[in-house]
Design a protein around this ligand. Structure first.
Ligand code: TA6
Length: 304
């Protein structure tokens, strides 16, 4: 899609403008009464969400790469139709192909309390080579006093198909050593670094590399700095929550990640890490809602 074309197609929008990077990556700037956000067409990838009179909520790498077929480091990548390595072919791209696919912008709804962006991709020759399924994936992004991301998956054909997925959100924090997540406890998690099942009995604190899959966690988590809650993360349609921080050594191994970047971020991901059945004709929903401290909903929801 060309910049001039998309501008023309949505020229009556009041809350959304369009632009592109030098490398030609198209993105939307959304600004309404409640918040500002930036979303790339590649991956339907949100790179910024900042509520009015509040702080930026998402971490974005200073050395992120904005190029065709490269996933942007930070913001909210979408892992789909598999999470992590592909179970039957580890040579396929980690976390699936949605995060590097060019989405179409289906519609923009400008409401009094939020802006809703709807993007989609559908199966084509390239995707069928990677995942032999006819599908439609719709990503709905609601930008208001809260940010809500919903993935709607539909497959077509005769037979059920299994898949996995994640909304891989990177949150911005002031200092990881002062950061904790409450609401994961009590829960069991799979520590991917040691391949062990562990009990989480206390709010989670960060002192080292963390890559954990919480199984059957609460759908309501609070991200806390010091003793101050900064935002609430809710999820629905998920079988797990993934928490990731690469810490120092892994940060240095990633070319698109600043060496000290791990001090300012944590990923909290709404996920289906176990294989889920997709039945032809049925819609499978996964969503994550981010409720910043500035949202009127925050006080009613805060249980930390
Ligand atoms: O969700 C956690 C994780 O799967 C980690 O294992 C880590 O590799 C991370 O995602 C980032 O993956 P990426 O492919 O974006 O480098």
């Amino acid at each position: 899609m060309k910049l001039s074309k998309i501008r023309e197609a949505f020229n009556n929008c009041q809350q959304v403008t369009f632009d592109q990077t030098e490398s030609g990556q198209l993105f939307l700037n959304v600004e309404n009464q409640w918040a500002k956000a930036q979303v790339y067409l590649q991956g339907a990838h949100i790179t910024s969400y900042q509520p009015v009179s509040g702080d930026e909520c998402l971490w974005l790498s200073d050395c992120a790469v904005y190029e065709k077929d490269k996933a942007i480091r930070g913001g909210i990548p979408i892992c789909w139709p598999w999470f992590g390595p592909n179970v039957s072919n580890p040579l396929l791209p980690q976390h699936g192909f949605a995060r590097t696919a060019e989405f179409d912008l289906l519609k923009i709804d400008e409401l009094s309390n939020k802006t809703i962006l709807s993007f989609y991709i559908a199966s084509n020759e390239k995707t069928l080579n990677l995942w032999p399924t006819d599908f439609k994936l719709t990503v709905k992004i609601e930008i208001g006093a809260e940010l809500c991301v919903t993935l709607e998956t539909q497959i077509f054909g005769e037979k059920p198909v299994s898949f996995s997925q994640a909304i891989h959100s990177y949150f911005l924090v002031g200092d990881i050593s002062e950061t904790s997540i409450s609401g994961l406890e009590p829960s069991q998690y799979h520590n991917k670094l040691t391949d062990c099942l562990v009990e989480q009995l206390e709010p989670l604190k960060f002192t080292a590399e963390t890559d954990s899959i919480y199984l059957n966690p609460s759908n309501h988590l609070t991200l806390v700095e010091g003793s101050k809650p900064i935002l609430i993360v809710e999820q629905s349609g998920a079988d797990s929550t993934v928490v990731w921080n690469p810490w120092e050594d892994k940060s240095k191994e990633m070319i698109d990640f600043p060496n000290q970047g791990y001090q300012k971020m944590v990923c909290i991901e709404a996920a289906n890490t176990r294989q889920q059945q997709l039945v032809p004709g049925q819609v499978f929903w996964l969503s994550q809602k981010i409720i910043p401290v500035t949202s009127p909903l925050f006080e009613t929801k805060d249980k930390s």
